[in-house]
Design a protein around this ligand. Structure first.
Ligand code: ADP
Ligand code: MG
Length: 389
């Protein structure tokens, strides 16, 4: 975020609260390159942070009152006494902010009243994790203001706890990890069981490649129920197979695992998770060797697995992927939980305009809203903003 943008954030804070902010942090959204629906199976993910994010500005209050506002939400700030905080006390967008204060306090950190303003440019609910960008920016700003020496993995866990227990969204640790741990020019290879993290080089310009994200703007429907349903199926299959989590089924053990499962739906879900973990490992291997182009077919295989075995795709995602591949993409897949949101496309940099046009044409032919394409480069995770004026 530029100095001018930080000054704008400070000015909006004054406009909302009539006083200056004391600290501010910015945290990015993310695109998951590969490793979808693996995180709640203790598996592997490979996200990268994107140059779109959420900034959070904070000033402490001595009266124990928490006032939260968003530049994206008109109206008066939401107000609540920190002493009264408990899951359910606040709902809607404000819960994503208030929940972080709750999580910090629940773990004994001395966080009191505050004025908090957030301002972001990650499209909401598009699978680019505006929610984690928001939670992590708020967590980092509050920790900074309170002088709490919390390491970044700890901030990630607290932001996840807020989203899980206060907002009520049962998400894994991937999004918060990307927002806080990512480094520029790298994807973040994360083992969601051990939380071991490795920065894997992803030098797109050096290979004349681009990552094109296309927001399909497909309306989300039934997302929460379908997500919970798949989590349950995976957990039940792991119990049947006698392993702590599906991560413990190696690619070489897939056939035996499938033979041990009676339910065809469970078999498809397990096949996705096991093959997806394997695709992440193979992708990481290729990136370590600098063979970026060879990653393309793994992305496409991931999409097919999510479409056919995990059944989380929708027509707009499939059409976007098919149009991208027909226009020469090296690989393409849905990114995020599915049922709408974005696809990510690996493509020769020179082909970005024609490829974006091809996807737009395909959508026009179906009479769908114009998709929003944009390229991303792997960006560094959260950083402080200078709002001292
Ligand atoms: P995603 O994380 O993929 O964008 P989620 O449904 O997990 O989708 O989170 C989106 C929600 O996060 C929004 O509906 C809103 O409640 C909250 N949110 C994210 N960014 C902002 C913002 N800048 N201002 C207010 N609320 C936000
Ligand atoms: Mg989210």
């Amino acid at each position: 975020m530029t100095a001018a943008a930080a000054a704008g954030l400070a000015a909006r804070f004054v406009g909302r609260f009539g006083r200056a902010p004391q600290v501010a942090w910015w945290a990015p959204g993310r695109v998951n390159l590969i490793g979808e629906h693996t995180d709640y199976n203790d598996g592997f993910v490979l996200p990268l942070a994107i140059p779109y994010g959420v900034a959070a500005a904070v000033a402490a209050r001595p009266d124990g009152v928490l006032r939260v506002a968003s530049a994206q939400v008109p109206g008066a700030p939401v107000e609540v006494a920190v002493e009264a905080l408990a899951p359910g006390a606040v709902s809607g967008w404000a819960a994503y902010i208030v929940g972080v204060v709750w999580a910090l306090r629940a773990e004994g950190h001395p966080v009191g009243g505050a004025d908090v303003l957030v301002d972001g440019d990650v499209p909401l609910g598009a699978g680019l994790s505006s929610s984690a960008a928001l939670g992590c920016a708020v967590a980092a700003a509050l920790a900074d203001r309170g002088g709490l020496a919390l390491p970044r993995p700890e901030l990630a866990r607290l932001a996840q706890r807020s989203e899980n227990a206060f907002v009520g969204a049962p998400t894994g640790i991937m999004d918060q990890s990307a927002a806080l741990l990512a480094t520029a020019g790298h994807a973040l290879f994360l083992d969601t069981r051990t939380l071991a993290a490795e920065q894997v080089p992803l030098d797109l310009p050096g290979h004349h490649l681009a990552l094109l994200v296309v927001d399909t703007r497909a309306p989300h429907a039934l997302v929460d129920g379908a997500y919970a349903d798949r989590r349950r199926t995976c957990a039940a299959a792991a119990r049947t197979l006698g392993v702590p989590a599906l991560r413990d089924v190696p690619a070489g053990g897939l056939d035996a695992a499938l033979a041990a499962l009676a339910d065809p739906v469970a078999r498809r879900r397990v096949r996705h998770v096991v093959t997806e973990n394997d695709r992440v490992l193979r992708t990481v291997d290729l990136l370590r060797r600098g063979d970026l182009r060879a990653v393309g077919p793994l992305l496409t295989a991931s999409h097919e697995s999510l479409r056919d075995d995990y059944e989380v795709s929708v027509p707009r995602l499939d059409v976007a992927v098919a149009a991208a591949l027909a226009a020469g993409a090296l690989g393409a897949r849905v990114t995020g939980g599915g049922f709408g949101g974005c696809v990510v496309v690996l493509v020769a940099a020179a082909a970005v305009p024609s490829l974006a046009a091809a996807v737009a044409d395909a959508f026009a032919a179906h009479g769908w809203d114009r998709p929003r394409p944009f390229t991303v480069l792997p960006t560094a995770g959260a950083h402080p903003l200078d709002v001292s004026g």
